[in-house]
Design a protein around this ligand. Structure first.
Ligand code: 5AD
Ligand code: SF4
Length: 464
């Protein structure tokens, strides 16, 4: 027999893709908790399984359909034992493919996009009402509209216990959607136009997180530095918002992601100069180093303009570590275009970077371009690019050896007697020390590096 406590239902959310989705999954949990749902780590035990999907990665929808096939088997197993399992598909694949998902996978009870999360409890009631209908009569509940109303207003704010579970660091969505329309990208179609949360809402949620023990907040948005939140009729940018958040007692670190080079304005750069709380690590994708390709991508900036933004940021904050996104093999990319990309990587010197082979996203302007780059050429270019970036990442880690860095110690280490945390530059740092160190920023001398992380030693103040 299926064991469930009276009135308690089990929820399993599988999150794909970006940090925005991690945050959204947390908010879905928050929205469902008052309706008796608690999370389980065992998908087979779940009364409700939600797939929070991401459209940015290759073959996103195929992955969702194969997961749904697996879920159908789990659902059958549960039914054979007298239980049931409702299945929902959320996120960008749901937004983009809507009806098609319900048609191809009748096992799905709900399909809803990122704008509809606050309606989740209502959708569940509708889905549950159909539970005992013959499969041929069931209709999936579909909500993939872009409503005018503000979904942020309707979601319950992050509750204390939920936040503590998230630990010392938290994500806070301040902006959603994108108006940039890069020609390869689905985000403007799946997430819709840019919307910013009002300043007061952001500040109050940030205060709530800090009261619950959070020390580091990462502001999220698809185009986060295009933030223009309302403050009593006035639009406030991300730079000004950073100054306001810096006033919150107990908030020790602030980050934001993802930014567009066009929106790195003077106020935001000044905030990096003035605010210690704003961490010196910036994810600023350029995608390509070739002006021809940047134009075809509709990026709205040249390679030189990107380098100029970097120079201004470094003038304000000389130790700024940079990260980027790159696409290789965009239609029409020649050997010379690719060399230009390698050159901009050498010019900037990245602490880390994410790189992808171009793949067509249906419905984007890129999808109608014909001059496709051969798959083998894309593979070879990606390999060369990653080799260069990996060397830069290693060099960056090496350059930290011998320095003393403030490390926010967040968790026990992989081995007993060790703890782990993050440097200001988002590097993982491991050090010997007791779990009593967890929860605060400590001065740590960097004594070595290992793959993708730093090894440190707690700096003990010399006795007076
Ligand atoms: N092909 C390859 N990479 C893509 N990205 C977005 N769309 C595509 C696509 N069609 C990459 C971009 C973006 C990152 C999140 O994903 O580099 O910055
Ligand atoms: Fe996509 Fe470009 Fe908007 Fe980023 S800025 S979300 S890549 S359209």
């Amino acid at each position: 027999m299926i064991e469930t406590r009276a009135n308690t239902k089990k929820l399993f959310i599988k999150t794909y893709g970006c940090q925005m989705n991690v945050y959204d999954s947390d908010r879905m949990m928050d929205a469902l908790a008052p309706h008796g749902y608690e999370t389980t780590l065992d998908m087979g035990q779940a009364d409700l399984v939600l797939l929070n999907t991401c459209h940015i990665r290759e073959k996103a929808s195929e992955k969702v359909f194969s997961e749904l096939g697996r879920l159908k088997e789990l659902q059958n197993e549960r039914r054979a034992l007298g239980g049931d399992m409702l299945i929902g598909v959320a996120g960008c694949v749901a937004q983009a493919e809507g009806e098609e998902i319900a048609r191809r996978a009748p096992v799905v009870d709900m399909v809803f996009g990122p704008q509809a999360y606050h309606k989740l409890p209502d959708m569940l009631v509708q889905a549950e009402a159909q539970r005992h209908l013959h499969p041929s009569l069931k209709r999936a509940v579909i909500d993939t509209d872009f409503p005018e109303e503000d979904k942020f207003e309707h979601l319950p704010s992050a509750k204390k216990e939920v936040t503590i579970k998230r630990g010392l660091t938290a994500f806070l969505t301040v902006q959603e959607g994108c108006d940039k329309f890069c020609s390869f990208c689905v985000v403007p179609y799946t997430r819709g136009a840019e919307v910013s949360r009002p300043v007061a809402q952001v500040i109050s949620e940030a205060r709530g997180l800090v009261e619950a023990g959070v020390k580091e907040i990462t502001l999220l948005g698809q185009n986060v530095n295009a933030y223009h939140g309302d403050d009593k009729g006035r639009a406030v940018g991300l730079g000004e918002l950073a100054y306001l958040l810096a006033e919150i007692p107990g908030l020790e670190r602030l980050r934001y992601t993802t930014s567009h080079p066009r929106d790195m304005d003077d106020a935001l750069i000044a905030a990096h100069r003035d605010l210690d709380i704003l961490m010196p690590y910036l994810h600023l994708p350029v995608q390509s180093g070739s002006d021809t390709i940047l134009k075809a991508m509709n990026r709205r900036h040249t390679a030189a303009e990107y380098l100029d933004v970097i120079a201004r940021i470094k003038a304000a904050r000389p130790d700024m570590a940079l990260s980027g996104d790159f696409i290789v093999g965009f239609p029409g990319e020649t050997d010379q275009d690719f060399e230009d990309t390698l050159r901009i990587i050498r010019d900037v010197g990245y602490a880390s970077a994410y790189s992808f082979k171009y793949s067509t996203r249906p419905g984007t302007p890129g999808a109608s371009l014909t001059d496709q780059v051969d798959e083998a050429v894309k593979t070879e270019r990606l390999y060369r690019l990653q080799e260069l970036v990996n060397a830069q990442t290693t060099a960056f880690h090496q350059s930290c050896v011998g320095k003393t860095l403030p490390v926010l110690v967040e968790r026990p280490g992989r081995q007993a007697g060790q703890v782990g945390g993050r440097s200001p530059y988002l590097q993982a740092v491991h050090l010997e020390g007791s779990t009593e160190l967890i929860g605060a920023i400590h001065q740590v001398e960097i004594i070595g590096t290992s793959t993708n992380s730093l090894v440190g030693r707690l700096k003990v103040k010399a006795a007076a």
